[in-house]
Design a protein around this ligand. Structure first.
Ligand SMILES: *Cc1c(COP(=O)(O)O)cnc(C)c1O
Length: 398
């Protein structure tokens, strides 16, 4: 799963190109950089690979999402509909924008339930943010239809699903904009980094400026740039972009390995009638970073997770972890921020203190996702598949 498994000569070469000029910043210093523009090259690579008109790199997936929200004008008084199952960064960005995260249930895709989204729309709803969790996509046709009908922005948090597609189109490029993470444990890594993709020129120009202190990047040098609005520093460095450039060239190989390994695991587990799998709206577009499956009940699932762990197979039982599912997000539930939220937002956030999500609980409590690593040998993959089957069978008392 993580691109760092295949860190090697190619990454070193790209980084050395930058070290040889000493120009570690992505903007300016045109004469000294001797034609080395790794961030620009990576943005070009993203546009080509994902077949999208505009790409903007940032310092992280978190800053990519925050930049998009600012560029879309999401702010005070707005609501953003997002899933109960995601990474904490998704709601962090909504709060950072000063908007209200409206969490709604997931379905057996482990992503937004379209019916729950529609039921949560209010006059304040500005955007719907599906999160393509664990390598695979949300039901984008249904979500897009809802957004079109209600005139809402569709923002794809594709941070965990770089390289995945939906009906032939790259995840992230189907909504109004998409965000990727290139942090250290993602499919393609820059060590730290993020990416924004969109086909909307105005949105792209705003993202470009916002992520660099509002610079319009139209001056003859940085000192001559104008600042149409206030921005921040969410820039990626040339060193990080250089790593990503080498990694992007390996993406097809990463996907091929993951898909092959995942199929072996899935075929092995499919022999157990009590096991059902996460529904994937377009199986062919799964980036296959994880295999997600359901067991009949919470007790069996906990037992299977414990057996897997004992056998050296990583079991993410998100019901019990505190990083990806609302159940254990104490800091979110009590909106524990270091500085005060706007009074209106603080009041709205009070609903999370004890809001329950029984439909999400019923799925996440029975779900295990196991990561697919790329460096396993064929022998190891087969041995792991056998251990996985045994761990689940033992939990089922078979
Ligand atoms: C990793 C991740 C992010 C944030 O990315 P960073 O680069 O770590 O800031 C956002 N959303 C999801 C779903 C993620 O998995």
């Amino acid at each position: 799963m993580p691109g760092f498994e295949f860190f090697g000569e190619e990454e070193r070469k790209e980084v050395n190109d930058v070290l040889n000029t000493g120009i570690l910043m992505r903007y300016g210093f045109d004469a000294q950089r001797q034609g080395i523009w790794k961030a620009k090259e990576l943005e070009q690579g993203l546009r080509e690979k994902l077949n999208v008109q505009y790409a903007q790199l940032t310092s992280s997936g978190t800053s990519a999402l925050s930049t998009i929200m600012a560029a879309m004008g999401i702010g005070a008084g707005d609501e953003v509909i997002m899933p109960t199952f995601t990474f904490v960064a998704s709601f962090e960005c909504v709060l950072f924008a000063g908007a209200m995260p409206v969490l709604v249930d997931i379905d057996d895709t482990l992503t937004l339930d379209p019916a729950a989204v529609e039921a949560a729309i209010t006059p304040r709803t500005k955007a719907v943010m599906p999160v393509h969790m664990c390598g695979a996509m949300a039901d984008l046709d249904a979500l897009k239809a809802i957004c079109d009908k209600h005139n809402l922005i569709l923002l794809e948090d594709a941070c965990q699903s770089f390289g995945g597609t939906y009906k032939g189109k790259a995840l992230g490029t189907i909504g109004d904009a998409g965000a990727f993470s290139f942090d250290f444990v993602k499919t393609v890594t820059c060590a730290e980094g993020g990416g924004i993709v969109t086909n909307n020129k105005d949105l792209y120009e705003k993202c470009d400026a916002y992520s660099d202190h509002g610079h319009d990047h139209l001056g003859v040098d940085r000192g001559a740039d104008l600042h149409p609005y206030i921005g921040y520093n969410f820039r990626i460095s040339e060193l990080h972009a250089a790593v990503g450039l080498a990694q992007l060239r390996k993406l097809d190989r990463f996907l091929e390995i993951q898909r092959r390994t995942k199929k072996i695991f899935k075929d092995a587990l499919a022999a157990i009638p009590e096991v059902s799998f996460r529904r994937i709206p377009d199986e062919a577009g799964d980036s296959a970073t994880f295999l997600g499956f359901f067991l009949p009940d919470e007790t069996t699932t906990r037992a299977a997770a414990a057996n897997m762990k004992a056998a050296g197979i990583v079991p993410f039982h998100y019901f019990d972890n505190n990083w990806h599912y609302i159940r254990n997000w104490e800091h979110f539930r009590n909106h524990r921020t270091l500085s005060r939220l706007a009074p209106q937002l603080e009041e709205a956030m009070a609903i999370y203190k004890d809001k329950q999500f029984p439909a999400s609980d019923a799925l996440i409590s029975r779900c295990i996702c196991t990561p697919i690593n790329m460096s396993w040998s064929d022998e190891e993959v087969n041995a792991r598949a056998a251990k996985l089957v045994k761990a689940v069978n033992d939990a089922l008392g078979k």
